[in-house]
Design a protein around this ligand. Structure first.
Ligand SMILES: Cc1cc2nc3c(=O)[nH]c(=O)nc-3n(C[C@H](O)[C@H](O)[C@H](O)COP(=O)(O)OP(=O)(O)OC[C@H]3O[C@@H](n4cnc5c(N)ncnc54)[C@H](O)[C@@H]3O)c2cc1C
Length: 491
């Protein structure tokens, strides 16, 4: 056991300290320009370096924001900092786990992952489902409450819960194929190909609701718990595609985690260690192919020439002019309004006598008259002073907040162009946007939008770039048995 651990740790360091291939070490350098410093752009830079982009090659990265990380952003309200966008990671998010390990970042448990967290489902009039909660901090008491809540959940939803679990596990086992070694894992030119290879494509052709009814879930479970989860994670109903739905359900399981100090720190670590020339507060306005290279123009009135250009942001709401023009399927983004409130909920709004009767996480079913998707406690400062996060499809105006809250000292509103508005069947943009070297990592977001899926897509695009630039592509070192083995070790 000890020997195995030592072996895996050695492999891990070998894997990250040394490039996997020397095949392109003698190839001519190329400048790669990346638009976006979120997890897609930053992990792309990392994988390009790791897979032997010639060391004299430049990586230039642009972000219109003043900080790196994109949708991995924090918000500070009344002196306390919380995740404002992407907040939770799944235990099987192996790239994120490796990044966190590589940069010696700490892990924390997000509030939502506490097994003892109390949950209620609000239908606009009353709580149709409500778990028990206790004040006690004793781990034993919390365990007992958590167990009692599981039994209650099983009683309310029946064995459909197990079928839901199997549905998620099946998706996860297929997704794990993306960590296999290069020997068994091809380089994908299209998202369709990438999904078909893993056995995940069919899930994107039907809605989550269709998929769940087929595996025998009860209408009650779909209408209540499943809807609550998709509304929290994607601000949408159960008519999202089955893969995004399965990913969303996986994000409600156990063992969830987040990076101490903010998930954006993964992007910071990846960029700092990948020899990237970073241009913050600089928006790219046009990308023109001039034969052999691209010219990128920015809001600073500057131009940059690069052999390879990579779009690492959704193209749906950005204003980049392409010459020649590119054509991708039309896609709408789902806007999620994240409202952070320091204050206290009004129990009367929920038909309760005391705030303590309102669970820490209130989810909602699908009803146009319910003005929010979820309200959760981020921090309890004391019994009458809390910080909450509200997700909604529309802006939460002051009048509405004054109905829902009895006291409110601070309010911060963020309107996120959050993720694709999912459909079934999904139509995917290509990874390669022209016949040359213009790439689009976020084409994969139509399958599902998470930090890990962005990193998985970026890893494939890094291999695609290297194979198309240098012909041979990156290869696993004979000393390195497989990515999967390393990525699956407990890091
Ligand atoms: C509210 C919310 C909650 C979420 N919760 C989770 C969660 O719990 N777990 C999870 O895994 N995922 C979650 N997600 C999804 C997750 O945030 C995204 O899938 C992921 O962060 C996408 O990363 P990215 O690098 O692909 O894009 P982004 O993070 O959006 O990065 C793109 C970057 O490109 C920059 N940019 C855009 N246009 C230009 C331009 N023209 N010039 C220069 N720069 C430009 C942007 O400023 C941005 O920084 C959530 C998202 C939101 C909004």
């Amino acid at each position: 056991m000890l020997l195995k651990s030592v072996f895996l740790i050695t492999l891990f360091f070998f894997f990250f300290l040394f490039p996997l291939s020397t095949s392109s070490a003698t190839s001519p350098p190329a400048t790669v320009c990346i638009v976006g410093s979120g997890i897609a752009g930053s992990s792309l830079a990392h994988f390009l370096r790791r897979y032997s982009l010639p060391s004299s090659s430049r990586i230039i990265m642009f972000d219109r924001n003043p900080v790196v990380g994109g949708r991995m952003a924090t918000v500070t309200i009344a002196g306390h900092t919380f995740e404002a966008g992407a907040s939770i990671l799944h235990p099987k998010n192996y790239h994120a786990a490796n990044f966190t390990e590589m940069y010696k970042l700490g892990r924390k448990k997000p509030v939502r992952s506490e097994s003892s967290i109390s949950l209620a489902i609000w239908d606009g009039q009353r709580f149709v489902f409500k778990t028990m909660s206790v004040e006690s901090k004793s781990p034993l008491v919390q365990k007992i409450v958590s167990l009692a809540n599981s039994v209650y959940m099983l009683f309310h939803y029946g064995f459909s819960l197990l079928k839901m679990d199997n549905f998620v596990e099946d998706m996860l086992s297929k997704f794990l194929k993306y960590y296999e070694s290069f020997e068994t894992r091809p380089i994908f030119e299209t998202v369709d190909e990438m999904l078909k290879w893993a056995g995940l494509y069919n899930l994107t052709t039907r809605t989550l609701e269709e998929e769940l009814f087929e595996v025998g879930l009860s209408p009650l479970l779909v209408k209540e718990l499943v809807t609550v989860i998709t509304r929290i994670n994607y601000g949408q109903n159960v008519d999202i595609n089955g893969l995004a739905g399965a990913v969303s359900l996986a994000g409600s399981g156990g063992g969830l985690w987040a990076v101490e100090g903010g998930n954006w720190r993964m992007a910071a670590g990846l960029i700092n260690s990948s020899d990237v020339e970073l241009h913050l507060l600089e928006e790219i306005t046009s990308i023109s192919y001039l034969g052999k290279y691209y010219e990128l123009s920015s809001t600073h009135g500057k131009t940059y020439t690069c052999e390879v250009s990579v779009i690492a942001t959704p193209l749906d709401e950005v204003n980049i002019q392409f010459a020649p023009r590119i054509s991708i399927p039309k896609r709408n983004l789902q806007h999620t309004h994240a409202t952070f409130v320091r204050g206290l909920l009004n129990p009367v709004y929920f038909g309760m006598k005391a705030v303590s009767e309102i669970p820490e996480l209130v989810g909602t079913i699908e009803d146009v008259d319910i003005p929010f998707s979820s309200i959760s406690v981020l921090k309890q400062h004391n019994e009458t002073d809390m910080t909450y996060k509200i997700f909604s499809r529309k802006v939460m105006d002051d009048a509405l907040l004054d109905d829902i809250f009895s006291a409110r000292t601070d309010t911060i509103r963020i309107n996120w162009a959050a993720y694709p508005h999912y459909n079934a069947p999904e139509v995917f943009a290509p990874f390669i946007l022209d016949s040359w070297h213009l790439y689009y990592v976020n084409a994969f977001e139509n399958a599902a939008s998470t930090m890990e899926t962005s990193a998985v897509a970026a890893e494939n695009v890094a291999r695609l770039i290297l194979s198309r630039l240098f012909g041979d592509g990156p290869r696993s070192s004979p000393n390195c048995s497989s990515d999967e083995e390393i990525l699956h070790s407990d890091l």
